[in-house]
Design a protein around this ligand. Structure first.
Ligand SMILES: Nc1ncnc2c1[nH]c(=O)n2[C@H]1C[C@H](O)[C@@H](COP(=O)(O)OP(=O)(O)OP(=O)(O)O)O1
Length: 160
């Protein structure tokens, strides 16, 4: 069974809110906001996405739209992170004040100026597909935490 994770992108007028991960898996990389879904407590994926966005950025996201499901496999044993299923959402409607959390330092970036060199290597492959408004699944393989060895993106019409 893969580990189920979420990733949320907050958008406004040509910009996206990213967070610098301060600890844990992906430390030192810019990313959207998200984390593990508490399935054992009955939390749904969308509830997990809204909760993680608020915990990590201070924002309450409304009308989250699913844009992608990313399937990751690592050849190296990464413990619980070896096999991942990441549900990706975007929203342009949100409330609240942006705060720095103990996990993330938020910052708005122009979509034309995303710091891909300081991000997971797969992000440069699929962010442009997301920003083009496509829905898609992706199958991505890493040999270890730094080295992507293959990727395949498949556009879909919906996730129903
Ligand atoms: N390769 C890649 N590209 C883009 N985004 C990600 C990856 N791998 C990833 O894991 N992610 C995303 C998916 C999640 O949003 C985070 C990782 O979540 P994590 O910080 O482990 O989950 P939390 O539940 O917040 O962690 P703790 O609070 O338990 O430390 O990165």
């Amino acid at each position: 069974m893969p580990l189920i994770l979420t990733l949320v992108f907050v958008l406004r007028e040509g910009q996206v809110l990213l967070g610098l991960k301060k600890r844990g898996f992906g430390q030192g990389l810019w990313n959207g906001f998200g984390g593990k879904v508490n399935l054992a407590d009955g939390e749904t994926i969308i509830q997990g996405a809204v909760r993680e966005l608020q915990e990590e950025s201070g924002l309450i996201g409304n009308n989250l739209e699913k844009v992608a499901i990313l399937n990751f496999q690592f050849e190296k044993d990464m413990g619980k992170y070896t096999d991942l299923e990441i549900h990706v959402f975007k929203t342009s409607t949100f409330e609240g004040e942006i705060i720095e959390s103990e996990e993330m330092l938020p910052k708005w970036y122009n979509i034309s100026d995303i710091p891909y060199k300081e991000m997971w290597p797969d992000d440069a492959i699929w962010y442009p597909v997301m920003f083009a408004g496509k829905l898609f699944t992706a199958d991505i393989k890493f040999s270890d935490e730094k080295t992507m060895i293959s990727h395949k993106i498949t556009e879909v019409l919906s996730f129903e």
